[in-house]
Design a protein around this ligand. Structure first.
Ligand code: UT7
Length: 338
């Protein structure tokens, strides 16, 4: 068995900054409410005509990650792309990346695990490297959420939270057995699938039907905007975050004192702070940037990981823990010896 490690990281966020005050011009909300409940000050939204899309942003992040991994792009043998906001209903964004990066006809896998998508994708990459099948895998988390949000008062409890952006890592075979991804852990609980979901359009309720209904549909029956049972999701998140971090620590004979850096999925600053308190971690041991970007779903962990690394907050030999929870419900963690 081989060990895999992250050899390059990159991020890209659209230039267009949308502040809480900007949103309050579109809907009945305000900066104080958003900051108090979520910690978010601003987020990025793709601007029509800026050339960005989920795949394009993913490529921009990937180019930086590949350069930092010091490999030629042709050495990548597999693309794993995580998103809940693909450019097309099908095919997935992975094949667009293969084309846009001008890669040989390598395989591309798309992961649909929402906020846990990046950790799931990392786990997939890790397995392929562990078995010896591939040496270099490109893992991307990217989201264009703004294109699908209800930016009116009706959608305010969901729309103020989410933002656009992308993060990417190159995962490579490690030369050092004691360094790299030590373990990944994944879970799902589909009984709660509808508590955080965008139900339609779907194959049982396709676009022509939605158009036909659009004039008469009641607000509570709209299926083409994301729905979230906020408080229920929040309660589950704090429990599952803690469980899956503990699972990762136990697997590696570690205690909470062994965590050098926790990178939680940026769902809500209050969730991160709850987990920080529960594990007795200092501000330096937990990385948060939700204040700047909002919740970027599958992109949030790779963006945060990249920024933490760029700011010199992750050093060789550190125990880095990634943890996520989101729609599905799905949750996951990764323990990495940097
Ligand atoms: O990333 C995937 C996982 N996602 C999460 O983990 C998110 C988990 N949930 C949350 O982060 C929080 O539940 C929210 C931030 C979504 C909402 O915060 P909350 O403290 O649970 O607020 P609430 O939904 O209970 O709403 C409280 C009040 C309501 O008014 P009333 O009924 O008390 O009069 C809402 O209508 O706040 C109102 N409200 C707003 N007010 C101003 C809801 N959204 C807004 C808004 N601006 N944007």
């Amino acid at each position: 068995m081989y060990r895999s490690k992250i050899t390059g990281l990159g991020k890209y966020v659209p230039e267009n900054i949308v502040t809480n005050d900007d949103l309050s011009k579109l809907m009945d909300t305000n900066d104080a409410w958003i900051q108090e409940r979520t910690g978010i000050k601003e987020r990025r939204h793709i601007k029509k005509g800026d050339g960005n899309s989920t795949a394009v942003m993913g490529v921009k992040a990937a180019q930086i990650a590949i350069e930092r991994a010091k490999i030629n792009k042709d050495e990548i043998e597999l693309i794993v792309f995580a998103t809940l906001s693909p450019d097309y209903y099908f095919p997935g964004c992975g094949v667009q990346v293969q084309d846009l990066l001008g890669l040989p006809t390598i395989p591309a896998i798309d992961i649909r695990n929402q906020c846990s998508g990046f950790v799931y994708a990392l786990s997939v990459a890790d397995q392929y490297i562990k078995t010896g099948m591939y040496k270099n895998v490109l893992v991307i988390g990217s989201e264009n959420q703004s294109g699908g949000l209800d930016l009116t008062t009706r959608g305010r409890s969901v729309s103020v939270i989410f933002g656009d952006g992308a993060g990417a890592v190159v995962v490579s075979r490690s030369e050092n057995d004691n360094q790299g991804i030590l373990s990944t852990h994944m879970h799902s609980e589909g009984v709660h699938a509808k508590e955080l979901a965008l139900i339609g359009p779907n194959t049982g309720h396709w676009v022509p039907l939605l158009i036909e209904e659009s004039a008469t549909v009641k607000d509570e029956d709209i299926t083409y905007y994301p729905y979230m049972n906020g408080q229920f999701v929040f309660k589950n998140a704090v429990t599952r975050f803690s469980e899956v971090i503990l699972e990762g620590l136990a697997k590696n004979d570690m205690n909470k004192e062994d965590i050098d850096m926790l990178i939680p999925h940026q769902a809500n600053l209050r969730i991160s702070q709850f987990v920080q308190k529960k594990f007795g971690l200092s501000n330096d041991q937990v990385f948060n940037n939700i204040q700047k970007y909002g919740n970027t779903t599958a992109a949030s962990i790779p963006i945060a990981l990249t920024e933490a690394w760029e700011e010199g907050k992750i050093k060789e030999g550190d125990n880095v823990v990634l943890a996520a929870f989101g729609s599905g419900f799905t949750w996951a963690s990764a323990v990495i010896k940097w």
